[in-house]
Design a protein around this ligand. Structure first.
Ligand code: F6R
Ligand code: MN
Length: 195
């Protein structure tokens, strides 16, 4: 097993000052991965770090920006790749810019009517997350996915609204390729048959 320490993270921390970091381990992501058997088979003996985010909040108030440097590790639980919890912004109109610094991934976007789409994340590219859109970052590559998220200071996080459905689509590896399919189809047809 390849062991990623936090070296890559600290390398890119030259971008930001020393700030508190949020770390999410597999145990923090219970209910996120569709293949519950695969989840339980890992968590019973291991609780790996899945991602961490260093958030910078220079000032609050109208017109201010916050930003966070994220590192999402590579890996899979069943057919699904390591991913973030995902959220709407508590202040729904708040948009966000994601700049991918390193690695390969996709952003799963879902609007308030439940329509989902994928936006590719490659090194040195930008994803624009419109307001009113839930977003989940997914590492489809073999290296840590490093990204900078820049968002209005008043955006906030609303995890509960999207947790109710845990996004209506899943991204699974089919013949090694990230593929977007409706969650209901995955649960009824694909579960355990990807590769
Ligand atoms: C902020 C933002 C990112 C995420 C980070 C972790 O609005 O989108 O900084 O917070 O990628 O993802 P979550 O917050 O979904 O655990
Ligand atoms: Mn966000």
């Amino acid at each position: 097993m390849i062991k990623f320490d936090t070296a890559a993270f600290f390398l890119d921390q030259r971008l930001i000052p020393e700030v508190p970091t949020t770390a999410r381990h597999l145990s923090d992501l219970r209910g996120i991965f569709a293949d519950t058997n695969a989840y339980e088979s890992v968590i019973i003996h291991d609780n790996p770090l899945i991602y961490q985010v260093a958030s910078v909040e220079p000032a609050d108030g109208d017109g201010q920006l916050h930003y966070g440097l994220g590192m999402l590790l590579p890996g899979r639980i069943g057919d699904e790749y390591y991913m973030t919890k995902g959220h709407f912004h508590a202040y729904r109109p708040a948009a966000e810019i994601y700049v991918t610094l390193r690695g390969e991934g996709v952003m799963l976007l879902e609007d308030e009517s439940g329509v989902s789409r994928l936006s590719p994340m490659h090194t040195n590219t930008i994803v624009y997350v419109p307001g009113h859109t839930a977003h989940r970052t997914i590492n489809t590559g073999a290296e840590p996915l490093m990204y900078l998220g820049i968002y209005p200071a008043n955006a906030g996080h609303d995890y509960a609204s999207i947790a109710a459905t845990n996004f209506r689509s899943v991204v699974i590896a089919v013949n090694g390729q990230p593929t977007l399919i409706p969650r209901v189809d995955y649960l009824t047809q694909f579960n355990g048959t990807g590769s």
